[in-house]
Design a protein around this ligand. Structure first.
Ligand code: KG4
Length: 349
């Protein structure tokens, strides 16, 4: 506690970013430190789990020190430590969880584990101090494409999720086939700006009527087949058009399902979260749809969309406020149910 503010140190290491952050009173961002491993994993065209964990070990202390220094605080000032304990790459998660437990023990601070997706949704609370549940959340990242009915800070119902590839994962894989770099999402986003989204007709996979689940692997295969056929026939592939057509097929389905969920559950706002929420087409389509349907739209700035510890500190704050606590037996979980995790019940799906 300093200047009457409740201070949370958040730690995130679920995939390839090592991050620490200090957040005051749940929503005021005092510092954010992120060490990215993109340059290393680019060499392999995707995240290599073993390399990711080894680099978390190298980076974690420096990232925590930097977050504390930027916030101008000592560990004595910290009131709570929040850490992502799942879902994610197990070797990566254990690094953050171990660091958090060591600090909680050494500095004698309370500890709260956070579900990574609850964290992503909490990025919207930092960006928009006025935002309160209930609302519909769309979490789209490299590992998830989910629609969540957010009923309370720690009361979340997963309405639908991807049955195979996540949206970001499909973008990364398509970019790899197109040979345009990693991570694919930002490159496809940029290329698509000068392409025609109607140039190549890709089918939209909507699954059964009423389902909020997603499936992007079929779309990914359609793109791969298209690329292979063009190559076999010696036809030129216009990358901008292909990127725009593929991206539109992904975003059409996400935006439609988000809107349906908001209507069905009677919500008046939609919050986007996760790395793919940085996508310019998703943002503009959602903006138009929300305006046309009198819904409010919340989208965090890009640094809060991708993996970061500020969102974890925010989620930890609201868990702590509602009485949730973990102890030094807190474990790391590769698979975790969101509704249970938000309530601090750490069991796999
Ligand atoms: O949330 P995040 O940093 O990590 C995970 O938890 O997965 O999301 C990373 C994902 C990658 O798949 C990346 O390609 C995608 O977010 N991404 C984007 C954009 N920026 C990042 N996808 C589409 N458009 C973007 N502008």
């Amino acid at each position: 506690m300093k200047d009457g503010k409740f201070l949370v140190l958040g730690i995130e290491s679920s995939c390839d970013d090592t991050s620490a952050s200090v957040v005051a009173d749940g929503r005021e961002l005092l510092s954010l430190s992120i060490s990215s491993q993109i340059d290393i994993h680019t060499l392999y065209g995707g995240v290599v789990p073993e390399i990711a964990s080894r680099n978390h070990i190298k980076n974690i202390n420096a990232v925590i020190d930097e977050a504390m220094e930027k916030a101008g605080l000592d560990f004595d000032d910290i009131d709570l430590i929040g850490v992502t304990c799942g879902p994610g790459l197990i070797g990566s998660l254990v690094v953050g969880v171990s660091a958090a437990k060591a600090l909680a023990f050494a500095a004698d601070k309370p500890l709260v584990g956070v579900h990574h997706l609850q964290g992503h949704i909490s990025a919207d609370f930092i960006e928009y101090p006025e935002l309160e549940p209930p609302f519909t959340a769309v979490v789209a990242s490299g590992g998830n494409t989910d629609i969540v009915d957010v009923r309370g800070h720690n009361d979340m119902l997963m309405l639908g999720k991807t049955r195979d590839d996540a949206a970001g994962e499909a973008m990364d894989k398509v970019a790899r086939v197109m040979g345009i770099g990693y991570p694919g999402g930002p490159v496809i986003d940029k290329l698509a700006k000068s392409g025609d989204p109607h140039a190549v007709e890709f089918g939209r996979v909507r699954l059964e009527k009423g389902s909020y689940d997603f499936s992007f692997s079929g779309l990914k295969t359609q793109v791969i087949n298209y690329v292979n056929q063009c190559r076999m026939k010696g036809l030129e592939i216009k990358k901008e058009d292909l990127a725009a057509s593929f991206q539109k097929a992904v975003m059409d389905v996400i935006t439609e399902k988000a809107l349906e969920a908001a209507h069905e559950y009677g919500r008046d706002s939609i919050a986007l979260a996760g790395g793919v929420a940085s996508n310019s087409l998703l943002r503009s389509m959602m903006k138009d749809l929300c305006e046309a349907n009198s819904l409010k739209l919340y989208v965090p700035r890009p640094v809060l969309c991708t993996d970061n510890a500020a969102m974890i500190a925010c989620a930890a704050y609201y868990k702590y406020k509602e009485g949730y606590r973990d102890d030094l037996t807190l474990d790391a979980f590769p698979v975790l149910d969101l509704a249970k995790g938000a309530r601090g019940e750490w069991t796999a799906e």
